[in-house]
Design a protein around this ligand. Structure first.
Ligand SMILES: Cc1cc2nc3c(=O)[nH]c(=O)nc-3n(C[C@H](O)[C@H](O)[C@H](O)COP(=O)(O)OP(=O)(O)OC[C@H]3O[C@@H](n4cnc5c(N)ncnc54)[C@H](O)[C@@H]3O)c2cc1C
Length: 503
């Protein structure tokens, strides 16, 4: 059953075995696992439920509804980093690029060695397998991946690099390229299409437009979640209380720390250790027609530079957005924009060593993240490699976001770029899509906020199952990691419920 704004009374009281806050990668998985195991589940989700009926293929319309604050969320620091997240049923999975990677084995080993997380790669593999089956992780043909991916492969082949197809969580994807603005084909198996309907089939109750404000405790035991119901246009219209035996916070890396602090939980690691995979993109003007908007927007990747902390991954966003980021003004911009069919683009992602933090102001989470010199250098090198690949693929001109190297037409210029030492302000166009770590998992409360079962230290029944518990950045896209962890955590919750039910 689904509640939307007109369904609420002025003050509604609900109760269930489990209250899951958030319906994104972590929350939807936890809700389904527990509902399928026979427990009563209420999902509290601040955003609305949007489906293919609501998508018209015009990104700007869906930016307003599905992206938090219309996608305008940015970190403080130099450079400021655009950090969008989803606010809708499906959370950020509804607006993501559908790329799927398992957590690298060496990263799990680092968590174990450095933070005493009780986790082995082999033990988490069955959770990956389950998630991959549920969301249909699959490899698409190069034709569906699109011309950008093929051009980058051509350049990579010429340089002896390895450009490989990414895996995606899709079913019958034809490559319409609108992944981040609501998949118009309904092909992307984001959680509002995969896990949430299955949780509802198992009688979960989904409260949309419902924002969790505070978890109420009796001693160390969470007893209820206080929520406000927010109608479209941010008007608060009602209040509701969800009583439950277990609370699972899955509001995401930005919001879970805020909810914990509002609920009186104290731990020095709450909000700290923010890592986010800073990214940028390189655009190329080709002789051939690319028509980059045809094909999945993130098609292929190159991991030859992973040891340097660099992952090159496709990214071609809708023309209405990418055109605006082309360089130049006036006539030169107009001339370039007219050649849009010949534009190709690819992304650069850094496995960051910088740590930032999340703090609250005016009831909103804000992020402070000052990229360190090492990560600036890594991003610069990633941009240089990407530009080199485009030139090797026959690009006429390559445009980078680096101020002194904004147009590159020769390999000599690439050599100069590689040798250059940049300051933070030299790369003004930086994005990040993978915030992680602000309530990290660790073997004890001196090192982190939740234990290896996802339970919040100092509480008896509050679990966290979202990106905030992922202890460090991964070097790969995180949705599968978050979903596999949420699957694992759900089993600990089931054990606790069964044990307490039996008492
Ligand atoms: C444009 C973009 C592209 C991406 N592409 C990829 C990709 O291709 N592959 C990949 O692996 N990752 C990708 N990601 C990242 C990935 O989608 C996220 O890491 C993942 O969805 C995070 O899961 P989560 O459960 O932590 O939070 P979310 O999925 O963000 O879910 C959190 C939910 O909680 C809700 N919420 C927040 N506060 C409250 C509250 N107080 N009360 C009630 N509800 C609340 C939010 O509305 C949201 O629905 C991308 C991200 C973006 C922005």
């Amino acid at each position: 059953m689904i509640y939307s704004s007109p369904d609420y009374k002025t003050h509604h009281i609900f109760s269930a075995d489990v209250c899951v806050i958030g319906s994104g990668a972590g929350g939807a998985v936890a809700a389904y696992e527990l509902a399928a195991a026979g427990f009563s589940v209420i999902i509290v989700e601040e955003g609305g439920y949007y489906t293919t009926r609501d998508y018209d293929g015009k990104p700007l319309n869906n930016l307003k509804t599905m992206w938090r604050d219309g996608g305008s969320t940015v970190t403080f620091g130099i450079p400021p980093i655009s950090l969008p997240t989803g606010k809708c049923v499906g959370g950020t999975t509804a607006i993501n690029s559908a790329t799927c990677f398992r957590t690298p084995e060496h990263i799990i080993a680092q968590w174990k060695n450095n933070l005493h997380v009780d986790m082995e790669y082999d033990r988490i593999v069955p959770h990956f397998e389950k998630v991959e089956k549920m969301i249909n992780v699959t490899e698409l043909s190069w034709d569906v991946l699109g011309n950008c991916a093929k051009i980058v492969k051509r350049g990579a082949d010429a340089l002896g690099l390895h450009c490989k197809p990414l895996k995606h969580n899709v079913r019958n994807c034809k490559g319409c390229g609108t992944c981040q603005f609501g998949c118009v084909e309904g092909a992307k198996q984001s959680t509002e299409i995969s896990y949430i309907p299955k949780a509802l089939q198992h009688d979960a109750l989904l409260l949309t437009h419902c924002k969790a404000e505070k978890i109420v405790f009796k001693g160390a035991r969470a007893v209820s979640v206080e929520c406000t119901v927010i109608a479209p246009h941010n008007k608060r219209i009602a209040h509701c209380t969800v009583k439950s035996k277990i609370v699972i916070s899955a509001c995401g890396t930005m919001f879970t720390p805020l909810l914990l602090k509002n609920s009186g939980i104290r731990n020095t690691h709450i909000g700290k250790h923010l890592q986010l995979h800073p990214c940028s993109r390189v655009v190329a003007l080709m002789d051939e027609e690319v028509n980059g908007w045809i094909g999945v927007s993130q098609g292929a990747y190159i991991d030859d530079f992973a040891d340097e902390g660099i992952m090159l991954e496709g990214i071609f966003v809708h023309p209405s957005i990418l055109t605006a980021s082309l360089p130049g003004i006036g006539k030169s911009f107009f001339e370039l924009a007219q050649q849009f069919p010949n534009i190709a683009a690819f992304g650069v992602m850094v496995h960051d060593t910088t740590e930032g933090f999340v703090f609250s102001s005016l009831h909103m989470p804000l992020a402070w993240y000052m990229m360190n010199a090492h990560d600036i250098h890594t991003l610069k090198n990633g941009i240089a490699y990407c530009a080199e690949i485009f030139l090797a693929a026959g690009a006429r001109k390559v445009f980078t976001p680096i101020v002194p190297f904004s147009v590159i037409e020769s390999m000599e210029k690439i050599t100069q770029l590689k040798a250059a030492t940049l300051k933070r302000g030299h790369i003004p166009e930086v994005f990040a899509f993978h915030p992680l770590g602000t309530c990290r998992m660790a073997g004890n409360s001196n090192l982190g906020v939740v234990n290896s079962a996802g339970k919040c230290y100092g509480t008896e029944n509050l679990y966290i199952a979202d990106g905030s518990i992922v202890p460090t950045s991964l070097g790969v896209n995180p949705q599968l990691t978050i979903m596999a962890l949420a699957t694992k955590i759900s089993h600990y919750v089931m054990e606790q419920l069964t044990k307490e039910g039996a008492q």
